[in-house]
Write a protein that binds this ligand. Structure first.
Ligand code: NAD
Length: 360
């Protein structure tokens, strides 16, 4: 048996699931343990009114069970909204494995996780997330057919589809803010040139945009400069660059009390998850006349590719569904303008309406 990940022991004597601040009508929360491998997992199924709950599996060295539970509850609910807004007939769920992916991960542990997913009979469908690679997911898929994004079911890396969705969503935002979606000569500041950011840079360059880029990883910056004629700036300054669009494609919480007063672009459209440090920052952006493309609406291309790819699926079918992100965003922007509401509030409303009209 593997040594379990070092954890803080809690001295909680009260029940802490149903009273948890992140518990929002979750349908099922399953705690899994496998003595042979030391696997500890929490699978949260938030909502299955639209269909089985799809959401990735995250492996993380949580300090304690409470942290893991918080993440599972919060992320599974996020998937309900994301899948609903993306027009998928899928609910929201998420699995977290309490282990350090660099030191604790074993094939046995991943197989045990696969068996736990299988026991849920398809109510929860898993996929990769932070700390879980596509090779890991192949091991999980050896134990259950309820795993996606594998070689057998998927189109491989979801990042190009995420980038395509961000590109069409960014054009929809530009059209709404400036009256034309033409990107020729428009300046786009990209924060983060990773899997998604680099593909996005290529789309934008091909569409005639001028790029300003920043990344802590110097070779990525050098590539964008040489291949796309990008101008490089300091990572601490990229949000403040005078541009038409700021595209956050690195970390979450980049739109906060410190950065918002310094923002240099009237449009925010990028791939990063959880861009607003707090809900109120959406209102802050609106007050300043900055159009914000809600993160979970614009970055849904990856989950769309994972959700609908099957053996033999034509790539064009996936691309069409990803390209529809542009129309979803236009709808959000128009409704937000008509109702004088922040865009992320409207995105939530549209996701909730679809859930309410579902069979549940
Ligand atoms: P990635 O790890 O490949 O890329 C992130 C990049 O950001 C890296 O190149 C990194 O060096 C850079 N970076 C880190 N800190 C930075 C900083 N302070 N300033 C500038 N650059 C910095 O990740 P990714 O897969 O490209 O995802 C990017 C974002 O999009 C993440 O927030 C991710 O959660 C989100 N997202 C990704 C997908 C997908 O399909 N990959 C789908 C939905 C959402």
């Amino acid at each position: 048996m593997n040594a379990p990940v070092a954890r803080e022991r809690l001295t909680v004597s009260e029940p802490s699931v149903f009273d948890h601040p992140e518990f929002k009508n979750h349908e099922q929360v399953v705690f899994g343990f496998d003595a042979a491998t030391g696997l500890r997992t929490i699978i949260a199924i938030h909502d299955t009114r639209l269909g089985p709950a799809l959401g990735g599996c995250r492996m993380w060295a949580y300090k304690n069970d409470a942290q893991a539970l918080t993440d599972a509850l919060r992320l599974s609910r996020g998937m309900t909204y994301k899948n609903s807004l993306a027009g998928l007939d899928l609910g929201g769920g998420k699995a977290v494995i309490i282990a350090d992916p660099r030191t604790d991960k074993t094939a046995g542990m991943l197989a045990a996780f696969g068996r736990q997913v299988d026991r849920l009979g398809g109510t929860y469908i898993t996929a990769e997330d932070v700390g879980i690679s596509s090779d890991d997911m192949e091991i999980v898929a050896g134990e259950t057919r309820h795993a996606r994004g594998t070689k057998a079911t998927g189109l491989g890396d979801p990042s190009p589809y995420t980038a395509l969705g961000v590109f069409v969503g960014l054009k929809a935002a530009v059209a709404h803010q400036f009256g034309s979606e033409d990107l020729t000569g428009r300046i786009v500041a990209i924060q983060g040139l990773g899997h998604v950011g680099m593909y996005l840079a290529e789309h934008l360059h091909n569409a005639g945009a001028k790029l300003v880029v920043a990344d802590i990883h110097k070779p990525s910056v050098e590539r964008a400069v040489s291949e796309f004629g990008a101008r490089s700036v300091d990572t601490k300054k990229i949000h403040a660059v005078e541009a038409d669009v700021f595209a956050p494609c690195a970390l979450g919480a980049g739109l906060n009390d410190g950065t918002i007063p310094e923002l240099g672009a009237p449009v925010i459209a990028g791939a990063a998850n959880n861009q607003l440090a707090d809900e109120r920052h959406g209102l802050e952006l609106k007050k300043r006349g900055i159009l914000y493309a809600p993160d979970y609406a614009i970055n849904a291309g990856g989950v769309i590719s994972i959700a609908i790819a099957r053996p033999g699926t034509e790539e064009a079918k996936v691309r069409d569904k990803v390209i529809a992100i542009g129309q979803t965003l236009t709808h959000i922007f128009e409704r937000a303008a008509a109702l004088d509401l922040p865009t992320q509030t409207v995105a939530d409303q549209i996701a909730e309406e679809r859930l309410e009209h579902s069979r549940g």
